[in-house]
Write a protein that binds this ligand. Structure first.
Ligand code: GLN
Length: 514
């Protein structure tokens, strides 16, 4: 079921294998009918993670990048819509030479081809494929069928099935219940898949007797039933799985020799240890409209924590509703971060927040929407630009943020400015001292940008435009040097932050809160 932590378990398994010197990558299969995650509400599905090559992907791809410290391409997020559009297009082009086009073999072949292509192209030793959804869902059937076929095609020593299930504990009887696992394995077997291993999500470590019961009912060796119980930090999960012999078991099943790479583990362990709780802490307010699900801003949250760990501080993040901003509440925070966002709702609250941070000299970092609305706030407050606003919010006499040229408001799928682009940083600016480089490459996801007609008036009033892209066509970074920290970036730095390797501007922001 969703929310079980399949993404983190997939990333953790991949990490174990990477630590054993395997060239690894992950693939996420999303059986839904959206072409990609771009048009999905973050409240329902979590953040949209943007890959370097401009994919709007499921947030699990972010977990893969953070665990593996490796960039992942958009081809690694496969959806039903992508498979079907490709097959239908091929049919229209006559590529099936008159054959009757069917789910088996045409759809399943396309699924297999995509997985194989990634494995071959990237010369992967092991490819970890996560199939989203729940066994028994109609939508995931073609994917599970394709995976079943792969095991037949390649054999047991090449394809391994790991089934992730929920083992709930009923407090009243104080017992770990195995029934959901028994039933989902039955469902899997009905479609021809016998899991090789089962990873059980549970609150407390899986008891020996629970393991034995699951093994008995599911035809899985008792050692192949693994406990994945609740932990404080998701980054400790690779170790938890490895302590139960998971690496060894996978190597045995793949007929690969056992390898010990202690050096790699030492490095990873020290990163994981750095993400512990510290005596000193930092309190950050994050203002947005997707407050009911923390996962809506998961990369930003992680990025702040990576920086906190680097500075040996615990990071407490409070998500505040932009529709209901109370500036009294804001004063108790060490820093304010406004992440990406869309639409009118809550925008005035964000503008008010940026004005308050500015006035009270509380460190402020605006990312994308947070950058755009900081510009609006500055315009109204310092440049006497009445009703300054973004045309995304309303049509105004001072459209300081306006639609990017060549944007079509009526086509919302995959049409934003997406992916990594080069940004030029001006020398002798705060941005330059943060990145220590003239050119950086950062990921984007936006449809609106700063309207350069207003450049002069802003500069006159003390705002510095310290980064641009596309030959000065787009403003990427703003800074206000008279403040403790008042900066905004049009790009998304959070997607580049990894445990042990915090992103520069987020690190500079967090440092300024101390
Ligand atoms: N809504 C804004 C735009 O489209 C900002 C997007 C974002 O924050 N990702 O430009």
């Amino acid at each position: 079921m969703s929310g079980l932590g399949k993404g983190v378990i997939t990333a953790s398994i991949a990490k174990l294998l990477q630590l054993s010197n395997q060239n690894i990558s992950c693939i996420k299969i999303d059986p839904y009918l959206n072409y990609d995650a771009g048009t999905m509400n973050p409240i329902a599905h979590g953040e949209v993670f943007v890959t370097k090559d401009g994919g709007e992907c499921d947030m699990d791809v972010g977990n893969y990048e953070r665990f593996l410290n490796k960039d992942i391409l958009k081809s690694h997020n496969i959806t039903t819509a992508q498979i079907y559009s490709h097959v239908i297009e091929s049919e229209r082009q006559g590529k099936y030479l008159g054959a009757c086009v069917q789910i088996i073999p045409h759809i399943t072949d396309e699924i297999k081809n995509r997985i194989k292509l990634i494995s071959y192209k990237e010369k992967l030793d092991i490819t970890v494929v996560e199939c989203g959804g729940t066994v028994g869902d109609i939508e995931s059937l073609p994917f599970l069928e394709a995976l079943r076929q792969m095991k037949v095609e390649f054999g047991n020593s090449e394809v391994l099935f790991i089934h992730v299930t929920l083992v709930p504990s009923l407090k009243v009887v104080n017992e770990q219940k195995t029934k959901p696992t028994q039933h989902s394995v039955q469902e899997l077997r009905r479609i021809g898949i016998q899991p090789d291993m089962i990873i059980c999500r549970c609150e407390q470590p899986l008891l020996e007797k629970t393991k034995k019961k699951i093994a008995l009912f599911t035809n899985v060796n008792v050692n192949d039933v693994i406990s994945c119980h609740d932990v404080k930090s998701i980054f400790t999960i690779p170790k938890m799985l490895s302590n139960q012999g998971l690496t060894q078991l996978i190597f045995q099943k793949f007929n690969k020799p056992k390898i010990n790479y202690n050096k790699r583990w030492n490095k990873w362990n020290s990163i994981v240890n750095s993400l512990q709780e510290y005596n000193k802490s930092i309190k950050i307010a994050m203002i947005g409209k997707y407050v009911s699900l923390l996962d809506s801003y998961v990369s930003v949250t992680h990025a702040l924590k990576h920086s906190g760990a680097y500075l040996k501080r615990s990071t407490y993040i409070e998500l505040l509703d932009s529709e209901d901003v109370n500036t009294n509440k804001l004063s108790k925070f060490d820093g304010i971060l406004v992440p990406g966002g869309f639409g009118t709702r809550g925008s005035e609250g964000i503008i008010k927040t940026a004005q308050y941070a500015y006035k009270k000299n509380i460190p402020y970092l605006g990312i994308c929407f947070g950058f755009q609305l900081a510009i609006v706030a500055f315009g109204r407050q310092n440049c006497k630009l009445n009703n300054a606003n973004s045309t995304e919010i309303n049509s105004t006499e001072n459209p300081v943020i306006d639609l990017l040229p060549d944007q079509d408001k009526n086509n919302l799928g995959g049409t934003l400015r997406l992916g990594a682009d080069q940004i030029n940083i001006k020398k002798n600016t705060i941005a330059y001292s943060i990145y220590n480089k003239k050119i950086i490459t950062k990921r984007h996801r936006h449809r609106y940008e700063f309207n350069a007609d207003y450049l002069e008036i802003y500069e006159k009033n003390g705002l510095i435009f310290s980064g641009e892209s596309d030959n000065n066509r787009r403003i990427e970074i703003i800074e206000e040097p008279s403040k403790k920290f008042f900066m905004g970036v049009q790009f998304h730095p959070e997607f580049d932050s990894r445990p042990g390797f915090p992103e520069n501007i987020i690190n500079a922001f967090v440092s300024s809160t101390i």
